[in-house]
Write a protein that binds this ligand. Structure first.
Ligand code: PBG
Length: 325
């Protein structure tokens, strides 16, 4: 009879042994919860392709922010659905814009909760692109000015971190310069450094009403086939002054998270996007997957790949689950 010399199972025998040698931890402290804020009062409208996720009016968003804080989660990221859209996305930087109102209301009621704001134009432009259209194309440098204004207006409203998600070239540098000029040296930039042109954003575009009305985002978001380019994008954003670099989506791009982890010392975030959430929810509804276990495993995998921070629609559910353990 053959006897194995080394037996990895020895350290898997009991939960105490497994916990002692566990390499990766999933804690609420690493999670950011996304909120979609819309006009009106007492609005709480569920997004059909994202069960458990709602479009919230400012008053409801404040209620939600309190709950998030009480659950021990450190941060929310805000997305706005404006009253009206135009060619230039001017509601994105309006003083009384939807995100500006939500930020100041949340900071007033829950000052210790970190408020991150998504800086992009796609929710605010009538054409649904992430920038200004000139001669049928998204014009990079014109867009930078709109993004810089938007970021400064979020900072003015009280945002702790601004998160540009547009993928224009040079936007981190331009935003850093504008923030510093306006006296917001301490507002951090979480850049969506590596954002792929992914089909996993579908449910988000329903939630934020931000699907492009013509064409697609391939001229600015990254080609899913590219990994080396991800390193170039990340190093550019770091040189330009990003404080945290993000990979998005998360689970289909774990190799990219790992590659960035090995190359850079900056904190790394990953965005478990709407489509990743919707897949798990849908399979669970059909009884094909155990939702709770898959939720925890997917997030643990993203941490194991090297992400410090995860933006996830599961954040509240995870917090409740971890509390009960
Ligand atoms: C805005 C933005 C998008 C997401 C985050 N910020 C949509 C897009 O680029 O089309 C997607 C998030 C998700 O799918 O959960 N540009």
């Amino acid at each position: 009879m053959f006897f194995p010399e080394y037996r990895p199972r020895r350290l898997r025998r009991t939960e105490a042994l497994r916990a002692m040698v566990r390499e990766t931890e999933l804690s609420v402290k690493h999670l950011i919860y996304p909120l979609f804020v819309c006009p009106g009062k007492k609005v709480r409208e569920e997004v059909s392709s994202m069960p458990g996720v709602f479009r919230l009016s400012v008053d409801e968003a404040v209620r939600e922010a309190k709950e998030v804080y009480e659950l021990g989660l450190p941060a929310v990221i805000l997305f706005g659905i404006p009253e009206k859209k135009d060619e230039l996305g001017s509601e994105a930087y309006a003083k009384k814009g939807i995100v500006q109102k939500a930020v100041s209301a949340i900071k007033k009621e829950v000052p210790e909760l970190i408020v991150v704001t998504d800086v992009c134009l796609c929710e605010y432009t009538s054409h649904g692109h992430c920038g200004i259209i000139k001669n049928g194309e998204v014009d990079n440098d014109l867009t930078l000015e709109q993004l810089a204004r938007t970021a400064v207006s979020h900072a003015r409203a009280g945002a702790d971190i601004v998160a540009p998600s547009d993928m224009m070239d040079g936007r981190v540098a331009r935003i850093r310069e504008a923030l510093d000029e306006a006296g917001f040296q301490n507002v951090a930039i979480l850049s969506y450094a590596v954002k792929y042109c992914s089909s996993f954003y579908g449910p988000f575009r329903e939630a934020a009403d931000s699907a492009p009305q013509f064409g697609d985002r391939r001229s600015y978001q990254m080609d899913p086939a590219n990994a080396r380019e991800a390193l170039r994008e990340a190093s550019l954003d770091i040189e330009e002054g990003a404080d945290i670099i993000m990979v998005k989506p998360a689970m289909p791009y774990l190799d990219i998270i790992r590659a960035l982890r090995e190359e850079f010392n900056h904190p790394i975030a990953a965005y478990q996007v709407s489509g990743e959430y919707a897949m798990i929810k849908a399979a669970a509804r059909l009884g094909w997957l155990d939702e709770e276990r898959v939720m925890l495993e997917s997030l643990l995998s993203i941490r194991r790949a090297g992400a410090d921070i995860i933006i996830t629609y599961f954040a509240k559910e995870v917090a409740k689950k971890l509390k009960s353990l």
